[in-house]
Design a protein around this ligand. Structure first.
Ligand SMILES: *Cc1c(COP(=O)(O)O)cnc(C)c1O
Length: 218
């Protein structure tokens, strides 16, 4: 556990105050999350619904749980009662379901729109060449129980820092475009993971999602 604490404090000391750290605890046991909680961390990210709900039940109730992985519409109901932020909204259909499930729970759910910025085929997200059209569509839904807070993206898995920089720059541009033309209140730019969070912060990220650099490899 001392190694965990050291890794955590090292990262905290490196990131500016305006950047929020989401500790990505997927696959890691309750004990490790509790240890980080005891160090003061309150924001944790998970990518699977079952694991997220199990951990929410087992751990202190003042933890803010973020859903960071692809969310199947039909599983939204399990996290709707408690999730603090969904980073991975990748379709209009999902957005509508989140709104419905939030309504059933008499709450508003904060969401980020995930954009596809990587080279890789496999990553989910909206198309960055259609931002205005997609935002018009989203605004026309008049969702009452979804609060759009910003955007999220994942860079290509590569050692090429230039490539990663280019992709984060694109996402920052999308964020600025949405803020200027569609949703002036958005305030979250979620980008950066263990291997690229420093680059992400240099490109304006204010929320990083870090797993293995804190908890060790999976
Ligand atoms: C797993 C995951 C992370 C954290 O990855 P690390 O490389 O372990 O820091 C961040 N974002 C998403 C969407 C993830 O699935």
């Amino acid at each position: 556990m001392n190694k965990l604490k050291k890794a955590y404090q090292d990262i905290l000391s490196e990131i500016p105050e305006h950047v929020q750290l989401v500790a990505v605890s997927k696959t890691k046991p309750i004990e490790m999350i509790q240890a980080l909680y005891d160090e003061g961390q309150r924001v944790f990210g998970e990518n699977r619904v079952q694991e997220l709900t199990d951990k929410h039940q087992a751990l202190p109730k003042d933890i803010e749980w973020h859903m960071i992985g692809h969310l199947q519409s039909k599983k939204t109901k399990y996290i709707a009662p408690f999730v603090s932020l969904i980073h991975s909204v990748d379709s209009i259909k999902l957005l509508k379901i989140i709104d419905q499930e939030a309504k059933k729970n008499d709450r508003t759910i904060d969401c980020l729109i995930q954009f596809h910025i990587a080279n890789e085929e496999s990553k989910y997200g909206f198309d960055i060449t259609q931002v205005d059209k997609q935002l018009e569509e989203i605004k026309a839904l008049n969702l009452e129980n979804v609060n759009l807070r910003g955007v999220m993206g994942m860079a290509t898995f590569t050692d090429d820092d230039k490539q990663i920089s280019k992709e984060f720059e694109k996402l920052k541009h999308v964020f600025n475009q949405i803020k200027a033309s569609h949703l002036p209140s958005i305030d979250i730019l979620s980008m950066g993971m263990s291997d690229d969070y420093k680059i992400a912060i240099n490109h304006g990220s204010n929320m990083i999602r870090v797993g293995s650099s804190i908890f060790g490899s999976r």
